[in-house]
Design a protein around this ligand. Structure first.
Ligand code: SF4
Ligand code: SF4
Length: 227
């Protein structure tokens, strides 16, 4: 259907009128902080304990703005006769935010949950070179990452949490058993002391032998070599 001549102009004027009569809202930043959604993509935080230096994020970044340096370290065998292992140790992890386009690919591809979106946005610099942020800064931003949303009721417990919970329960059970054994031993010792005091037997330690003392043989003992 052909639009009515001048309908476009009428629509445009209607939008202008609507906008003109609306109350304008001006954010008073930096005097007041903006009310941002908690999952705002502000900057990337690094949880370096989870980083295995697999280089996946650096390889997948379309802007090549992630810089990672590492070295290899030999880990001794866990059991005698076992094999030594080698592991990567992170030396440098930096992101150049003057190149980053906030696509989030690095966060998506990280297989070890080492990168997260932080809502922090106040990191403007006057020199473009200072927009390359190193691991210490990325780690600091990690602590501004909001906690993950709660699981749905009835959802399966995540593997990492289940493993940590089982280890904690095992540790608590071992500690409780050790404490129970200690209490039982102390009670037994107290009972023995009470019984000894009741019968009047003195609990004295044997005196150390005199180093110069030679035990004399009984006159009835046969001489050596004779039976
Ligand atoms: S958000 Fe995108 S551009 Fe920025 S570092 Fe990650 S992968 Fe690279
Ligand atoms: S993908 Fe994750 S684990 Fe691998 S180097 Fe990047 S941050 Fe580290």
């Amino acid at each position: 259907m052909t639009p009515f001549p001048g309908s476009g102009l009428a629509k445009g004027l209607a939008v202008t009128l609507r906008t003109m009569t609306k109350k304008t809202v001006t954010e008073q930043y930096p005097d007041t902080q903006p009310d941002l959604p908690p999952r705002t993509r502000g900057v990337i935080g690094l949880f370096e304990e989870n980083c295995t230096v697999c280089m996946l994020c650096a390889r997948e970044c379309p802007d090549w703005c992630i810089y990672i340096d590492s070295h290899k370290e030999t880990v001794p065998a866990a059991v005698p006769g076992g094999r030594e292992r080698s592991r990567n140790v992170l030396d440098r992890f930096a992101i150049d935010f003057s190149l980053c386009m906030y696509c989030g690919i690095c966060i998506e591809v990280c297989p070890f949950d080492a990168l997260f979106w932080s809502p922090e946005f106040e990191y403007a610099e006057t020199d473009i070179h200072e927009l390359t942020h190193e691991r210490d800064k990325l780690r600091e931003w990690m602590w501004t990452v909001p906690a993950p949303p709660a699981l749905d009721p009835g959802a399966e417990e995540p593997k990492e949490i289940a493993a940590a919970r089982k280890t904690a329960e095992k540790l608590a059970a071992t500690q409780a058993a050790a404490e129970a054994t200690e209490t039982a031993e102390a009670a037994q010792a107290a009972e023995v002391t009470e019984a000894a005091e009741g019968t009047g037997v003195a609990q004295t330690a044997p005196e150390p032998a005199d180093p110069g003392h030679v035990e004399s043989a009984s006159p009835t003992d046969p001489p050596e070599g004779q039976s």
